[in-house]
Design a protein around this ligand. Structure first.
Ligand SMILES: *Cc1c(COP(=O)(O)O)cnc(C)c1O
Length: 385
């Protein structure tokens, strides 16, 4: 029987929460490349750390448990995790991707996998009819984010997974923005969940890591094979840091969301702001679908300043909120998608999907919301032309 019923307990006691040999309550860092074998063909479950390492295995078991999957796999970055998943496909296959996927996901498809004969199409995943019509015989999977980067566009994960399955294709969800604390794609019908654990799961902007979780044993075997064969594994020390980060996921996410909701209320009523994108806002186009599949609107926000405000001045005037790539850390970060996260997407493609030059993305940290609002207030004031 499970030792707990709630994910707030699972983040602490899930997976391998105690070292079997010593009783240590935090999993030791097995900083070793290889393991002494007892005799030819006889080992103690580990042979070589690319193939398996106890610290990495602990975080893999933990994330599998949190996502409600059977098997987890840890990689050296979110992109290494995505690359491993895309390595399931072969020349002639096509992957459908939702509009506004992470820039690096677009780039690896466009600049790497395309060279191997794996093609992609950018599709509208917000309507069943449009999505269904995008399928052709060569489509083997759909890869989506919900909410998607950076406009927080919501996709109905259950609907997309149903349509994908009706065409014999896999449903792959990048759950980085929500984390299993707020949304569990496998329970909604997805086959593969991906994380950039660099973000909320790690939570402290001190490591780069990626995760994959699946339920199907055959898929698990194939991903495990690819992980070992291509070798983009997460090291023992970073695995330890990730476990340590995940222990506070529940309390951090509660505070991230509380701060995000406060900033949304502030920005939404500000005369300098033309638009706020946040799926927790009742007026947001994704509100209803998001409310069905996630606990709340999450903690990521984006907004647009009106024409009378200078965007570069806004960014250079921020004092507490750092201008930086990434998201999901305890410190608040702001970024400019057009020139940063989505710079690898051609400008015309970018504008077509709504990533304007005035768009600002915020990842509220867990500081005092009053201090965050004060920082935004003075930066907006400084940016007034
Ligand atoms: C950051 C990010 C990635 C890439 O992860 P890395 O850890 O930076 O390699 C993939 N997907 C999303 C949604 C991200 O935010």
């Amino acid at each position: 029987m499970a030792k707990y019923s709630n994910i707030s307990t699972a983040v602490i006691h899930g997976g391998v929460s105690v070292d079997e040999r010593t009783g240590a309550v935090s999993v030791p860092i097995y900083q070793t490349s290889t393991f002494r074998q007892d005799a030819l063909g006889v080992n103690r479950g580990y042979e070589y750390s690319r193939t398996g390492n106890p610290t990495r295995e602990a975080v893999e078991k933990l994330v599998a448990e949190l996502e409600g999957g059977r098997s987890g796999f840890a990689f050296g970055s979110g992109m290494a995790a995505i690359t491993a998943v895309l390595s399931l496909f072969r020349s002639g296959d096509r992957i459908l991707i939702s509009e506004n996927v992470y820039g690096g996901t677009f780039r690896v498809l466009d600049k790497v996998f395309k060279n191997f004969g794996i093609s992609y199409s950018i599709v509208d995943t917000t309507s069943r009819e449009a999505f269904d019509a995008a399928f052709s015989d060569d489509v083997k999977a759909v890869l989506l984010e919900s909410p998607a980067n950076p406009l927080l566009t919501v996709t109905d994960i259950r609907m997309v997974s149903e349509v994908a399955h009706s065409h014999g294709a896999l449903s792959i969800v990048d759950n980085t923005f929500m984390t299993p604390y707020l949304q569990k794609p496998l329970a909604l019908g997805a086959d593969i969940v991906i994380h950039s654990a660099t973000k909320y799961l790690g939570g402290h902007s001190d490591l780069v890591a990626g995760l994959v979780v699946v339920n199907d044993p055959e898929l698990a075997e194939r991903i495990g094979f690819i992980q070992n064969a291509t070798g983009g594994v997460l090291g023992p020390f970073d695995s330890f840091l990730l476990i340590r980060g995940i222990k506070t996921l529940a309390v951090r996410m509660d505070r991230h969301v509380e701060n995000a909701e406060a900033l949304v209320r502030y920005l939404n009523s500000h005369e300098a702001v033309s638009r706020v994108h946040y799926p927790g806002l009742e007026t947001d186009p994704g509100f209803q679908v998001n409310a069905r599949q996630a606990v709340n609107g999450g903690a990521m926000i984006s907004f647009e300043l009106k024409d009378g405000y200078d965007v570069p001045t806004f960014f250079s005037s921020l004092k507490l909120i750092f201008l930086a790539e990434s998201l999901g850390g305890v410190e608040s970060l702001a970024c400019h998608p057009a020139s940063m996260t989505h710079a690898s997407i051609p400008r015309d493609v970018r504008l077509k999907v709504g990533i304007t030059d005035g768009l600002i993305r915020l990842s509220p940290g867990i500081e005092s919301k009053d201090d965050l609002i004060a920082d935004l207030e003075q930066a907006i004031e400084a940016a007034r032309r």
